[in-house]
Design a protein around this ligand. Structure first.
Ligand code: ATP
Ligand code: MG
Length: 660
């Protein structure tokens, strides 16, 4: 009998759960040995003698860069494309694993020539370029700790991160291309270093958009000038499994950013394993595309380390989805034959808002698996993602009036992996394994823990929930990719994550089980609403709103209310077809809709139609600011405002709230 690919992966995925159920320790030890090359094999799996400070595989040595690059070349896959780079203006670069080996070797030599040694910190403030991946891996190679700061952060935010990590070198670019225009980075680095008292000795500058930049002699060095003259080989050295790999700050939705520290062996084990399992990755044939920025944990784990450690081929894109037109992503899926797409709900909701005619112009038949990350995905968006993007089996016909008649549709359903995880967790924690669970997927639920991780939903005493009401998401046992601490602040690490419940990791998100025991994420615990004694989830009310034809996006908050304790306020963006709808009628229709969808208690007290929502630079809705607006504040909190991608959106919302 011939076993098909589907049967094989289903069988394999099933075995993973079985094996993990027998012994989590054996399971992770096996995965570590099978997924990675260890120069000194480890003998101890987990040292949990000083909780919550875990040590995984501590007496083993390895090298993350060697695992991501060299070993694939040594195995004869040097000609395989590692990265299909596409710049926003349309320039491209095809980088094989053999090319990558040369590039990381030269970059590692360059860093060493600047005196960077093992344990030194390097800040990376770059746009989405091949050099970003090269810089990260070069640090890993020599054991320097990278701290990537998202390219949209201000000089002040960059400086505080440079200071926090005491970075010796900053790697940046003159700038990038964004929405068709040069977007400068170097001036921001200059500003951030203007005040003395920092630790930076050199700034390495990638020449990308070739705009004029200010130059500080002796400090600033062109990346290409230094790197291109270096030897093309570099001897790998081996690092202890617990050697720090990177520091990364959370996106800042809930206040002061935290610099989570991740180490080498455990992190790479779980990232490599989940990359393969969640996405059913076939490195020989798949073309993977994760649309996140390398500045976020998704970019670290599922652009740099996960795909590369698996020897996969991926797409890396510099720009925005709507430049020069709204079909840019779908055009790229068609062009590169992308088979697995991993993106965020915010991007899917934007695509929905623009309408399916945009995507239907392209042939998306190569796609066989879709992923989502960053926020709960509304069931409406999940369905759209699957039906419009996933089932597309060929370009449609563009009619004379510019409408599109969709092309053929796939008959089989494309699975979606809704992955819940955090900067703190390092790698996927909750997700169905689409290869195994394709027939049991539930739109809007991340469903279950990956093999080897024990997740629970507990009440405020830490007892496992016995019904389907809202509780707190926790992780019961240590897992390999867990952050080891907050850089330089063990106490804050313990306080934030390990003191709410005894011996459990507190994720900060609300969740509930359903009747089948599947897990539904309900939003951040800080955002939970309490109306007349009923606890309501922001996520559920938002999803109800998005399910209405009028609504493209929704954000919901609970604001202090004299009679009900809290009252629900909703902020909605209408679909392009509904723009211009009467405000009062829309509000009435939506209130009724939420009432019938969830119950009268969930009806928003007020619904404000707005053209945009406050989002962090990683695309997440910042509910804190909306809550302030709903509670009558007339000015936005400046620190929260500073973390928004577009602070101006709050003006419309604040004035809208004051009009009635
Ligand atoms: P900060 O901790 O500074 O507020 P952040 O939590 O947004 O920032 P990340 O670590 O990037 O920083 O995001 C993790 C959070 O994103 C999760 O705690 C959860 O709230 C949300 N999230 C991520 N993926 C999902 C998902 N699939 N479903 C629901 N929520 C998700
Ligand atoms: Mg968080």
């Amino acid at each position: 009998m011939v076993t098909t690919h589907e049967q094989q992966t289903t069988q394999r995925a099933g075995q993973l759960y079985e094996q993990a159920a027998q012994s989590q320790m054996d399971y992770w030890a096996d995965r570590a040995r099978n997924e990675l090359y260890w120069d000194t094999p480890f003998t101890e799996v987990l040292d949990w003698s000083n909780p919550p400070f875990a040590k995984w595989f501590a007496d083993g040595t390895t090298n993350a860069c060697y695992n991501a690059v060299d070993r694939h070349v040594e195995a004869g896959h040097g000609d395989r494309v590692a990265i299909h780079f596409e710049g926003e203006p349309g320039d491209t670069d095809t980088v094989t694993y053999a090319d990558m080996q040369v590039r990381v070797s030269q970059a590692a030599n360059a860093l060493e020539s600047l005196g960077v040694t093992k344990g030194d910190r390097v800040a990376i403030y770059l746009p989405m370029l091949v050099e970003s991946v090269v810089a990260i891996l070069a640090c890993a190679r020599i054991g320097a700790v990278h701290s990537v700061v998202f390219g949209g952060f201000s000089a002040e935010a960059l400086r505080s991160r440079i200071d926090d990590a005491q970075a010796k070198v900053v790697i940046t670019a003159d700038g990038s291309f964004r929405r068709g225009k040069p977007n400068m980075l170097k001036p921001i680095v200059d500003d951030s270093l203007a005040k003395p008292g920092h630790t930076v000795e050199h700034v390495l500058v990638v020449a990308r958009n070739k705009e004029d930049v200010h130059w500080v002699e002796d400090r600033d060095i062109w990346f290409h000038e230094l790197v291109n003259e270096q030897p093309t080989t570099h001897q790998v050295t081996w690092h202890e499994a617990e050697h720090p790999l990177f520091i990364l700050y959370t996106s800042g939705t809930t206040g002061q950013p935290k610099g989570l520290m991740h180490t080498t062996g455990g992190y790479l084990t779980q990232v490599t394993a989940t990359m393969r399992d969640t996405f059913d990755l076939q490195p020989e044939t798949d073309v993977f595309w994760c649309t996140a920025d390398v500045g976020w944990v998704t970019g670290h784990s599922y652009i740099v380390y996960g795909p590369m450690a698996n020897g996969a081929t991926q797409v890396l894109y510099e720009g925005t989805p709507d430049t020069p037109h709204r079909g840019r992503w779908w055009e790229m899926v068609e062009k590169y034959g992308v088979t697995i797409l991993y993106t965020a709900p915010t991007a899917i909701r934007s695509a929905m808002k623009w309408g399916r005619d945009v995507a239907d112009r392209y042939d998306l038949s190569s796609l066989r698996l879709l992923g989502s990350v960053g926020e709960a995905i509304n069931p409406e968006a999940w369905d759209w993602y699957r039906e419009v993007i996933g089932q597309n089996a060929g370009a449609g016909t563009v009619n004379a009036d510019d409408t599109v008649t969709p092309g053929p549709r796939k008959t089989e359903l494309v699975p979606i992996a809704d992955t819940w995880w955090q900067t703190e967790t390092g790698a996927h924690i909750l997700t169905p394994l689409p290869a195994l669970h394709a027939d049991e997927l539930k739109p809007g639920s991340a469903q279950r823990a990956v093999p080897g991780v024990s997740v629970d939903v507990v009440d405020d005493q830490g007892n496992s929930m016995q019904d389907t009401s809202q509780g707190f998401l926790v992780i019961r046992d240590p897992w390999p990719a867990m952050a080891r601490t907050i850089w330089g602040n063990d106490e804050r690490f313990v306080d934030t994550y390990w003191s709410r419940f005894d011996g459990m990791y507190f994720a900060g998100d609300g969740a509930r089980f359903d009747e089948d025991g599947d897990i539904w994420l309900l939003g951040r615990v800080d955002d939970v609403m309490n109306v007349s004694g009923h606890r309501l989830s922001t996520t559920e009310v938002e999803s109800a709103l998005v399910a209405h034809d009028l609504v493209a996006e929704a954000a919901v908050v609970g604001a202090a209310d004299d009679t009900t304790g809290q009252a629900i306020y909703a902020f909605v963006i209408l679909t392009e077809d509904s723009e211009g709808a009467d405000q009062d009628e829309a509000e009435a229709a939506l209130r009724a809709h939420v009432g019938s969808h969830i119950g009268p208690i969930a009806k928003p007290k007020r619904i404000l139609v707005t053209t945009d929502l406050p989002k962090t630079r990683s695309g997440k809705i910042m509910r804190r600011l909306l809550k302030d607006a709903a509670e009558g504040q007339t000015e936005a909190d400046p620190t929260a405002l500073a973390t928004l991608a577009d602070p101006a959106v709050m003006e419309e919302i604040l004035s809208g709230m004051q009009q009635r």
